[in-house]
Design a protein around this ligand. Structure first.
Ligand SMILES: [Zn+2]
Ligand SMILES: [Zn+2]
Length: 139
């Protein structure tokens, strides 16, 4: 059985389809991922590049990793949603942002990296109030 995943950005301009299973699903707490996401981590599913079809206008930002490889981050040019990342350390692969997937059933985080850089506020205690949807409550 071949698995197919679809996804899109916040505004819907960028859509993608991927066929097959991810190489790995990883959660990353590095500083770049924290700034990219605006929160404490990213979660990405790495696939072979040729399994992924993306349509819509992307904006690409590139930087050097501390291991000297080149990292590219692709965003929707309109709404800024992070769609995927690529790293020259893993040629012919790309990592899709799991939160942009329509249905990630069956996918789970398999590994956490840069745990060292995980902010204390990205680890919730059991005493944190939790609501199923936006509550009437105000802080
Ligand atoms: Zn968009
Ligand atoms: Zn990272």
């Amino acid at each position: 059985m071949t698995t197919k995943y679809t996804g899109k950005c916040l505004c819907g301009d960028v859509t993608y389809t991927v066929v097959g299973s991810p190489v790995v699903v990883a959660q990353c707490h590095c500083e770049e991922c924290r700034r990219l996401s605006g929160t404490g981590h990213t979660i990405g599913a790495m696939f072979a590049s040729d399994a992924v079809r993306v349509s819509g206008k992307l904006s690409i930002f590139k930087y050097s990793s501390d291991k000297g490889s080149e990292v590219s981050k692709a965003f929707c040019a309109n709404c800024g949603s992070p769609i995927y990342g690529q790293n020259t350390r893993m040629p012919n692969h790309l990592t899709l942002s799991l939160g942009t997937m329509d249905d990630a059933s069956g996918l789970n985080v398999e590994v956490v990296i840069f745990e060292r850089d995980r902010p204390h506020w990205d680890r919730l205690g059991e005493e944190v109030a939790s609501f199923p949807t936006q509550p009437d409550w105000k802080p």
